[in-house]
Ligand binder design. Structure first.
Ligand code: GCO
Length: 441
């Protein structure tokens, strides 16, 4: 497939398109006085990251940002969803500010506005300052205050020009993937740490939201990731296991943030490990929000494992065609979640804040698979809109090939190819197809 089936004109007038990136994955953390992060520590530990790759140089967006913003503008995107690095602003996570860091985000935001691009800020996309990790990181309740202070310092500088803001990207990854599964920094496999992190993330979200409201910022939301949980077989046990997986992955954070309540099935397992008095925090976690962002990539097949420890389940991959990540391509899940989140977000505007695929792209090979993937997911989005989902925008992960965390630089998610030796950027066929589809006629 070489063309997009969908055109801008096929969507409502106020529907917007965008691209997303994150700080540690593209900026080059070795530049500009940024402090050490727990991702630098995680990557420096054998076995955590493919080839021990890290984000010290990444795409060198720190120096090449003008060129990258030009690419966003030239494609016709309305929104750029970017993140700021806590350790670039506050190298030790609190205390001394790095003025170069604030200057950098200031330039970046002005650069977006100069090009007619709306800045959609995420405050935390996973690079916790190492100095805070030393103090327990997300396990320490104080993280909510540290995060509120960082939010205040950054947003006093750039908040007046931000179009939208969300505190924490993909709470499930920050909590469960990083503290229960050990797949992301800090690489823990510990249920007590998990329960605490999963609660303190919500608290930090709530506190940061209060700070931004206090500064007069509007259009504040949350960005959660959702994975479509399907039972491996039709047995009652597998169906129950899939439901619990759904609770942990898809219902815990929106439950806290939109209802001030955690799902009972998940509390059965996490409850005994929660910090004392957690119930008193629910009002802070549940702040009024202006929108909900959904990051969606794939489905998972879940089987019951009665002999294993809670949550007594195992994860499997089914037979659908797969991306370079080995993730099944399952657009049905996207329509499902666009309906499902209505139970939490009501009639608030929804944004797909991430969707996209990794593909083994080379500059001379058109990425037709990505065009098909995006087309199919836009089909699913439109189906949900036809059923009433209040979807207002579609943001693609990602602008550039970048640092795919524990999988290093091998998995290419970009609309633009990056040669990690020369750092040369080359728009892929998907970029060109989107440029045509987004043109205002
Ligand atoms: C995410 C992430 C990105 C990943 C992408 C692909 O929010 O999950 O924001 O950092 O690179 O999802 O795995």
């Amino acid at each position: 497939m070489t063309e997009f089936k969908h055109k801008r004109a096929d969507f409502p007038e106020d529907f917007q398109f965008g691209v997303a990136t994150s700080a540690y994955q593209i900026e080059g953390h070795g530049f500009g006085g940024a402090g050490r992060t727990h991702w630098d520590d995680f990557a420096a530990t054998p076995g955590n990251v493919v080839r021990a790759e890290h984000g010290q140089r990444a795409c060198d967006h720190y120096h090449m940002w003008e060129q990258d913003l030009d690419l966003i503008a030239a494609a016709g995107f309305d929104i750029y969803r970017f993140s700021a690095s806590w350790a670039r602003v506050l190298p030790d996570g609190r205390g001394a500010v790095n003025p170069q860091g604030l200057d950098y985000y200031d330039r970046l935001v002005d650069g977006m506005l100069d090009r007619g691009i709306k800045p959609a800020l995420t405050l935390y996309h996973w690079e916790l300052p190492s100095a805070l990790a030393d103090l327990g990181g997300w396990r320490n309740r104080d993280v909510a205050d540290w995060f509120a202070d960082y939010t205040d310092i950054l947003c006093r500088r750039i908040g007046d020009r931000i179009w939208s803001a969300a505190p924490i990207n993909e709470p499930w990854c920050v909590g469960w993937l990083s503290h229960f599964m050990g797949g992301h920094a800090p690489g823990l496999r510990d249920i007590r740490a998990t329960a605490r992190a999963m609660h303190h993330i919500g608290l930090a979200h709530g506190r940061a939201t209060q700070v931004m409201r206090g500064l007069g910022m509007g259009n504040l939301g949350a960005v959660c990731n959702f994975e479509y949980a399907l039972p491996l077989t039709d047995s009652a046990a597998d169906r129950k296991a899939a439901q619990l997986y759904d609770g942990i992955y898809n219902r815990w954070f929106v439950g806290g943030m939109f209802k001030g309540d955690y799902p009972a099935d998940v509390l059965e397992g996490l409850g005994p490990h929660m910090p004392e008095g957690w119930q008193d925090d629910m009002a802070t976690i549940c702040q009024p929000l202006d929108w909900l962002g959904l990051n969606y990539y794939t489905c998972k097949r879940i089987a019951a494992e009665p002999a294993a420890a809670w949550p007594h389940l195992s994860e499997h991959v089914g037979d659908l065609p797969k991306t370079q990540m080995g993730w099944e391509i399952c657009p049905d899940g996207l329509s499902h979640f666009l309906q499902f989140v209505g139970d939490y977000a009501g009639t608030l505007p929804l944004y797909i804040t991430e969707n996209g695929m990794a593909n083994p792209d080379s500059p001379d090979q058109p990425d037709h698979a990505r065009i098909a993937y995006l087309n199919d997911h836009l089909d699913a989005a439109k189906a949900a809109m036809a059923k009433g989902a209040n979807l207002k925008g579609y943001i693609i992960w990602s602008l550039l090939d970048n640092y795919e965390w524990s999988l290093g630089y091998e998995k290419r998610f970009g609309l633009v190819h990056v040669d990690f030796e020369s750092l040369q950027r080359r728009p892929k066929a998907s970029y060109q197809a989107l440029q045509k589809a987004l043109a205002r006629t």
